[in-house]
Design a protein around this ligand. Structure first.
Ligand SMILES: Cc1cc2nc3c(=O)[nH]c(=O)nc-3n(C[C@H](O)[C@H](O)[C@H](O)COP(=O)(O)OP(=O)(O)OC[C@H]3O[C@@H](n4cnc5c(N)ncnc54)[C@H](O)[C@@H]3O)c2cc1C
Length: 548
């Protein structure tokens, strides 16, 4: 029986302390924190884990330097603290990175003033990163030759962190943690309706893949439906003090534009004086983001968005040829669910771009519902802890928080893995010299599970071969995904468990070797159907113009 089928069986007719609705970052951390502290938890998402907002972020784990512009000191302090904790808990997945912010003649701040801000930011972050630096235009050219320094006043460099793999994979690490702590978890399961009687919720669910309906009961509910929290609360007539408004943001993935050997984020003010970034993603650069008020969570990248970002970046870089739409390898597009107080429609309109990125958690004692509004990936540990507190307040007793529900395995386990990999000469199996060593890659992506992969490769060397010419995935990683990562559609693997869809062009994926084998390993007899569905969705599958 597959992992998902086994979990569906547990959910149908199951009795839980907590049902978590939505498995973006907020639902996934909530489930991991609650299950890790002994609660009986069910976690469902009507699509894939991390498959909505949480797959569209900038992949940055940051204190929010730019929020200092709005004097949001408590937010920046909280985010910086969370960033520092995440860097410590995930040393191989979350790395400190320099942000080089170029300040041109039109920039709203002079370099000396920005340097003051960067120093304050470093202090607010409790000096948890390297110290900031200031550069004049000539030094900027030495540091990052690609920056056009013609009208540059200088630059400041400050430090934050980023996710080396993608955001959705990070979300999945919390889903795995919840599973390992005993939670019943399933993707493609939608909450259709729920009734509360005698202090219990009876919840009606639908498997959106097969159409099958099921029911479970739960003492409490965590509504972590991101941009959809208000709709979900509408199901049980819950009126909250806060509500969600949407801000659309896009990213364009292009061939790497920076030439310096350091991984570094470049930051620029766009023509509207808003900061945007060039973020490294392996051999690619990700340019973004934008901030547009929209009335629906279902958005797509328009030509206007593309041309705006391309024009902004071409004006600020010294490239041999300007970037054009043809250089775009992939696109990301999502809405930030921003929290406002109910009844503040006008304020939300007026102060649009300065709306806070904070989160709010509301508890309703009568209905025993905890709702998570807004937030950032960076804030995830705080959200997990706060949700657990609220659930305890609703009468579910939890074990003491020992912090075991998050983080990479301990250093001794890591050392043991590196030793075993060295003894079997794992890195010598690598066929593409410009890619990272296999030992680093397997450990970072799979942690403890990577030990089994070594075992499989020892037993069968073909398990250590790349499956797709155009992407860096070993046969053994595919086997692992098939067994342990609840992959339902090919897109789940190509876009979220891996980031192949983000770094390889559609035409290369489709024309290259290996895609069929990927489908066969993941889906066995169902491979052709899943492959057809994936191909039918290309090239428009990255934008979501319609609900799904
Ligand atoms: C352009 C952009 C850039 C960003 N960059 C960063 C960044 O660099 N760093 C950072 O820290 N943050 C960033 N963020 C913010 C961050 O991505 C979001 O705050 C976060 O992902 C929101 O997660 P969530 O779990 O609340 O929502 P989601 O990820 O949207 O999850 C909600 C889930 O609920 C599910 N759902 C809805 N209704 C139901 C139902 N009835 N039954 C079952 N499931 C349901 C949905 O399918 C969805 O998967 C960015 C956001 C955007 C849009």
């Amino acid at each position: 029986m597959s992992l998902r089928s086994a979990n569906l069986e547990r959910i149908d007719g199951g009795v839980f302390d907590v049902l978590v609705v939505g498995a973006g970052i907020n639902g996934a951390v909530s489930a991991a924190a609650l299950a890790g502290r002994g609660a009986a938890v069910a976690l469902v998402d009507r699509a894939d884990f991390g498959g909505f907002t949480s797959q569209e972020s900038s992949n940055l784990v940051w204190g929010g330097f730019k929020y200092l512009e709005n004097y949001e000191l408590p937010l920046v302090f909280g985010l910086s603290r969370s960033r520092n904790r995440l860097m410590k808990a995930y040393p191989d997945n979350i790395k400190e990175i320099s942000f080089l912010a170029a300040l041109g003649e039109d920039s709203p701040y002079a370099p000396w003033f920005a340097a003051l801000g960067a120093t304050a930011y470093w202090g607010i972050g409790l000096f948890g990163t390297q110290r900031p630096r200031v550069f004049d235009a000539e030094e900027v050219k030495d540091e990052e030759p690609v920056i056009d320094t013609t009208s540059l006043r200088g630059a400041i460099q400050y430090q934050d962190a980023y996710l080396i793999d993608n955001d959705a994979r990070f979300v999945f690490s919390f889903v795995r943690s919840a599973l390992e702590a005993g939670a019943a978890v399933a993707n493609y399961v939608e909450v259709l309706s729920a009734e509360r009687t005698d202090g219990r919720w009876t919840v009606h669910l639908r498997d959106t893949d097969s159409g099958a309906e099921m029911t479970c009961t739960a003492r409490t509910v965590v509504n972590a439906a991101g941009p959809f929290v208000d709709d979900v609360n509408g199901m049980w007539d819950l009126t909250t003090e806060h509500r969600i408004v949407y801000s659309k943001g896009i990213h364009l993935v292009v061939p790497r534009v920076t030439t310096s050997r350091h991984d570094r984020v470049l930051a620029f003010f766009d023509d509207t004086q808003r900061l945007f970034y060039v973020i490294p993603m392996g051999r690619r650069s990700v340019i973004g983001t934008t901030d547009t008020r929209v009335d629906t969570p279902y958005t797509e990248v328009t030509d206007e968005d593309r041309d705006f970002l391309l024009e902004q970046i071409n004006d600020r870089l010294d490239l041999p040829e300007p970037l054009t739409r043809d250089d775009i390898i992939a696109e990301r597009c999502g809405v930030r669910p921003l929290v406002v107080e109910r009844g503040t429609g006008d304020q939300a309109d007026e102060d649009w771009t300065s709306l806070s990125r904070k989160h709010e958690i509301e508890r309703d004692d009568d209905l025993a519902v905890v709702t998570v509004f807004g937030g950032k990936l960076t804030d995830c540990l705080n959200v997990g802890e706060e949700v657990a507190e609220e659930i305890e307040a609703l009468g579910v007793s939890l074990e003491e928080d020992q912090g075991g529900w998050y983080g990479e395995p301990p250093e001794a386990t890591r050392k043991d893995f590196y030793r075993q990999a060295r003894l079997m000469k794992l890195d010598s199996l690598r066929t593409k010299p410009e890619t990272e060593p296999l030992t680093d890659r397997l450990w970072r992506r799979y942690g403890r599970r990577a030990f089994d992969m070594l075992e499989s490769i020892r037993a069968d060397r073909t398990m250590g071969e790349d499956v797709m010419g155009s992407a860096d995935y070993l046969r053994v990683e595919l086997r692992n995904a098939a067994e342990h990562e609840m992959v339902v559609t090919l897109d789940d693997f190509m876009r979220r468990r891996s980031k192949i869809d983000l770094v390889v062009r559609d035409r290369d994926i489709v024309a290259g070797e290996g895609l069929r084998e990927v489908a066969e390993i993941l889906f066995g007899d169902d491979a052709q159907r899943r492959l057809d569905a994936y191909l039918a969705d290309k090239p428009s599958h990255r934008s979501r113009a319609t609900p799904g």
